[in-house]
Design a protein around this ligand. Structure first.
Ligand code: NIG
Ligand code: FE
Length: 422
């Protein structure tokens, strides 16, 4: 069935020939077509153009009158399968403890591991599906989800099976990442090498055999995994065909970016600690630097140098990092606002970073991330707004009115509560 959206004030990121990602100054050259239409056929984008060429008839018609139409967000970095929230640690941080101090006391990731080990697959699935519904409501049409709160073989496999079930049952695109090396579990305290042996010998072979993940991740940072152990895991993963996406340089100049590039990581993520040397190493590679402004905000970390990266010729992607410890939200509209406000990214750059570039960071830029005939019809229709720059500007407002996933209207917030009084 066809769906025609007409009278669009600004059609954003509609293009016949999209690149696989946009880097540097190309991130400002964002296609915007005013007074336009978008035609969807089945689950795919069919055509777009100005209203002068708008087709006469189609199945269902939406009059967008004054609204912007853009690709749904792609969120290439989340940990949204978890057993419980961690607001107590949030309060501890308000009172002065640091994220690392909380982790050292058995809080943080180890706290989430303890909780997850005692939660069933069904319970985890139900909890995660509530979060999936929430991010769809906020305009996300594709999401990467990591394991990493299991930290033993059975629990890591349990998480990955939950992610597989989400993938099979939700309409949005889901990609699975194995993050067994998220933290050293309590049983292996003081023996990081031993835990890495367990990952390599016991976890990775099953995950590869059962095709439970496409990507592999390591938290390569101060207090977490060393560059040497990261390299060992990536070496073993490479042989099994898993593609790296690395947590790097969040807490320190950890060498994670260097290792990521050396092992042809699809993305290196966080990057609060990125200097000239790291930028030089990332230049002209296929590794997408991915920034997670929600985590930087929530933990009070220095902002990743997005401006410097883009001005030096790099691409940048944005993700939410949705997780209970460092970013308890997956709201991508908020991420673009934080990127513009705190990292001085331009609205156009933030939109490229949260759509096409984040699709690339999940190996999905051939199917998603721009409004291109033949790509999947994952589309946001905004509330009436004056210009696309208003989206990151009016942070905190819910500016997503309709969300269309694979050609189906999944979210429609058109009717607001009635404010009239008798
Ligand atoms: O991406 N940095 C490592 N891991 C997560 C935090 C996970 C947690 O605190 O539960 C992150 O920020
Ligand atoms: Fe993360």
């Amino acid at each position: 069935m066809d769906l025609l959206i007409r009278n669009i004030s600004q059609l954003v990121l509609a293009t016949d020939k999209p690149p696989v990602f946009a880097a540097s100054s190309a991130m400002v050259d964002m296609p915007v077509l005013e007074n336009s239409y978008l035609l969807i056929s089945g689950d795919k984008i069919q055509a777009f153009g100005t209203m002068n060429d708008c087709p006469e008839r189609a199945g269902q018609v939406i009059d967008a009158g004054g609204r912007i139409v853009m690709p749904a967000f792609c969120d290439s970095h989340t940990h949204l399968v978890y057993a419980a929230s961690r607001e107590k640690e949030f309060v501890d941080r308000i009172k002065g403890l640091s994220y690392e101090e909380i982790a050292l006391r058995g809080g943080g990731i180890l706290n989430s591991a303890k909780l997850l080990r005692n939660t069933t697959e069904n319970e985890l699935y139900d909890l995660a599906m509530v979060r999936i519904a929430e991010i769809i409501y906020q305009g996300t049409g594709a999401v990467e989800i990591k394991s990493g709160y299991g930290l033993d073989t059975a629990s890591e496999l349990k998480m990955l099976r939950v992610i597989r079930r989400i993938k099979e049952t939700t309409t949005i695109e889901v990609k699975a990442t194995f993050l067994g090396a998220h933290a050293v579990p309590a049983e292996y305290q003081g023996d990081q090498n031993g835990y890495v042996d367990l990952i390599i010998r016991k976890m990775l072979p099953v995950i590869a055999a059962e095709k439970l993940a496409e990507f592999v991740d390591v938290f390569c940072d101060r207090g977490f995994f060393t560059p040497d152990n990261t390299a060992r895991i990536l070496e073993a993963s490479e042989k099994l065909g898993l593609i790296p996406k690395i947590h790097a340089n969040e807490l320190e100049y950890s060498g994670g970016i260097q290792i990521g590039v050396r092992y042809h990581a699809l993305s290196v993520d966080h990057l609060e600690c990125t200097g000239e040397e790291e930028i030089r190493i990332l230049k002209d590679t296929a590794t997408m630097p991915t920034l997670l402004p929600g985590a930087a905000l929530f933990l009070g970390l220095p902002w990743p140098p997005a401006r410097k990266m883009i001005d030096s010729g790099l691409p940048v992607a944005l993700g939410s990092d949705f997780n209970p410890g460092s970013c308890p939200t997956g709201n991508m509209m908020l991420m673009i606002a934080l990127a513009c406000i705190n990292m001085k990214m331009l609205p156009e750059e933030s939109l490229f970073a949260s759509t096409l570039n984040s699709a690339y960071a999940m190996n999905l830029s051939g199917e998603l991330g721009t409004l291109t005939p033949g790509k999947n019809a994952n589309v946001i229709i905004t509330r009436p707004v004056p210009d696309y720059s208003y989206l990151p500007y009016a942070f905190g407002s819910d500016l997503v009115e309709k969300v269309i996933i694979k050609g189906k209207i999944l979210v429609n917030k058109e009717s607001r509560y009635d404010q009239t009084t008798d």
